[in-house]
Design a protein around this ligand. Sequence first.
Ligand code: HPA
Length: 246
Amino acid sequence: MTVYAIIGGTGLTQLEGLTIRQSLPVNTPYGAPSGDIQVGEYAGREVMFLARHGHPHRVPPHKINYRANVWALKQAGAQAILAVNAVGGIHPDMGTGHFCVPHDLVDFTSGREHTFFDDDLEQVTHIDFSFPYSQPLRERLIAALRAEACAFSDAGVYACTQGPRLETAAEIVRLERDGCDIVGMTGMPEAALARELGLEYACLALVVNPAAGKSVSIITMAEIEQALHHGMGKVKATLARVLSAA
Ligand code: HPA
């Protein structure tokens, strides 16, 4: 049976309903992950959980030690990662509360430690990243969202920006021209690092605000928090369905 790990993003620093059996303080050659890996049972199945920003939420997107997080999960025995990400909506379909299971991404980040294939190499290694997300895992997420009667898109392009500031309206126009449908700050290099370690990886994105310039008002933290509060029940139900069906 595949060993699953969930990486919880903003709004999901704790997985309620997870019966924690162990809290593993994993150390890695890349430093400390955002927190302990919680191992326990969720939806009748053994699963690992890691809060991407720590618990409480304290590590900003550009400071997350993505290498340590992914390495620690692999070390603990994970084979597949379900990543939960809060995003802004660019495409008109991606209104607040909508879910998206992206099929592709564009990386606009800079200066993040983004590879395990850096030093002490026996040979230079290039992973294939034509299709950054695992199709079987995406299909499981899509089936679960359908069963939960969530409003969702079964494809989309995720733009990963550097943060921690939100984008300008002109930047969003540019991302839209580049074919991006949703925008977040934490999708990369996480997805690529998972691929480098041979882990299956898919993203469950929840739209928590219209991207900059896509509504008449500016983006407020209050609006984002409210959308997270409303959406997290569905996120948890969707994850539970994926795990119990897998
Ligand atoms: N932009 C980038 N990241 C985000 C956004 C956004 O509008 N909303 C939530 N995460």
